[in-house]
Write a protein that binds this ligand. Structure first.
Ligand code: ADP
Ligand code: GN1
Ligand code: MG
Length: 364
């Protein structure tokens, strides 16, 4: 495999490389932060290796994100915004390409590090979470006229929970390649008892009651850059899963991650619950941007979608644990099991509070 310096040399950076370190807390790609010295000015860049185990058609994935980014940049400029701060700014390779394919077949891309920005792995206050709701709602709104049929569905049925149950969870359980099913009998039963959740939104989609839109599909809080000083959301990142999807998935996935009173891999389940103030704050932010375009069926499923996305993620972590941790990056052997238990505990708490979550949506 080519050394990282050889990869760095392929891109058109200004100045001399001073530092290169692994960066961020994403579960999928390998991200590096590069620092260059350009005649006394410090310039930072992000360099990413796209995960080939997760993404099978990286050429199409790259096409998707470059199309969407260039569309977003035009929309931001039209609205009087700063496209270099509010959208990703890709660095071309020395041969003028948008990404580099190494000899071992791995794909790399690079973009300018948005200066004075930071990401959060947990919500620190309602205002912060509301700001991320505004950012993802705006993302949805800006892409509302983007032609969805020009995007390749790089991970088909990404949020089709019923397919994930039938074609991923059950086969992993039946194969039990690691002999781990016995360790998680309670979690397996919990999921099986809730099979009915899996089909609800896909059925509404098939019936034409909720429209397919261009969506982000991975709306975790740490996929938004915030300004370190003002605390305002600057830019939505991690566009690998921008695909046709449901607005409900984007709303629900944000709630799953940000309205949890604990971090996603907190092992002490007594700390896990849904924070209704955060739920309300996010809903206010998201709906202020995207709300007018949602139909009544979408609006009446926002609370359920939060529960469903949490359930789906718990099932995916458990599936990966059963499969031997082949998908998500893990820091220790039980990491996926801990994450799964955490998400399923949050599902249980959301079930208790679903009427309140629905009342909050109705009040907005
Ligand atoms: P993953 O798919 O692995 O989650 P991301 O694209 O989300 O990868 O990047 C991982 C982390 O790198 C982000 O959570 C963020 O902290 C940081 N990051 C990514 N792009 C930028 C950028 N352009 N400017 C500043 N930080 C960034
Ligand atoms: C992954 O890449 P990252 O860390 O933002 C995953 C999401 C999960 C999330 C759980 C492509 O997101 O679907 O919801 O982990 N991304 C992919 O934290 O599978
Ligand atoms: Mg990410």
């Amino acid at each position: 495999m080519e050394k990282i310096n050889d990869i760095i040399n392929q891109f058109e950076y200004d100045g001399t490389l001073k530092d290169c370190r692994v960066f961020g807390s994403g579960h999928i790609n390998t991200t590096y932060l590069l620092t260059f010295d350009d005649n006394g000015n410090e310039c930072k860049y992000i360099l990413q290796q796209v995960n080939p185990n997760v993404f099978k058609d990286i050429e199409s994935l790259m096409e998707n994100i470059f199309k969407v980014t260039s569309y977003l940049r035009d929309e931001i400029i039209n609205c009087g915004g700063d496209a270099n701060r509010e959208a990703l700014h890709y660095i071309k390779t020395k041969s003028g390409k948008n990404y580099f394919v190494a000899d071992d077949g791995s794909y790399y891309r690079s973009y300018v590090f948005v200066e004075n920005s930071t990401t959060y792995n947990s919500v620190e206050n309602s205002e912060l979470f509301k700001a991320s709701g505004i950012a993802f709602g705006k993302f949805q709104r800006l892409l509302s006229d983007f032609p969805a049929d020009t995007l390749v569905e790089t991970i088909p049925d990404f949020h089709n929970t019923a397919k994930r149950y039938e074609t991923e969870f059950l086969p992993a359980l039946n194969a039990d390649v690691m002999g781990r099913a016995a360790d998680c009998a309670d979690e397996i039963e919990f999921i099986k008892a809730r099979r009915a959740y899996c089909s609800r939104l896909v059925d509404l989609q098939v019936q034409g009651k909720i429209p397919t839109r261009v969506t982000h599909n991975d709306t975790k809080l740490n996929n938004v850059l915030f300004d370190k000083d003002s605390g305002k959301a600057i830019c939505v990142i991690d566009l690998d899963t921008v695909m046709p999807g449901l607005a409900l998935y984007d709303f629900g996935d944000s709630i799953r991650f940000g309205a949890n009173t604990a971090v996603e891999d907190e092992a002490d389940l007594s700390k896990v619950s849904v924070n209704l103030d955060y739920f309300k704050a996010y809903a206010e932010g998201f709906l202020s941007e995207a709300g007018h375009s949602l139909n009544d069926t979408e609006k009446s499923n926002l609370a359920f979608a939060s529960l469903l996305m949490t359930f789906e993620c718990g099932m995916r972590f458990l599936t990966d644990y059963l499969n031997g941790d082949v998908y998500f990056k893990t820091a220790y052997p039980e990491h996926n099991l801990v994450r799964a238990k955490n998400q399923l505990a949050l599902v249980a708490d959301m079930e208790k509070h679903l009427p309140e979550m629905e009342a909050i949506i109705n009040s907005l």
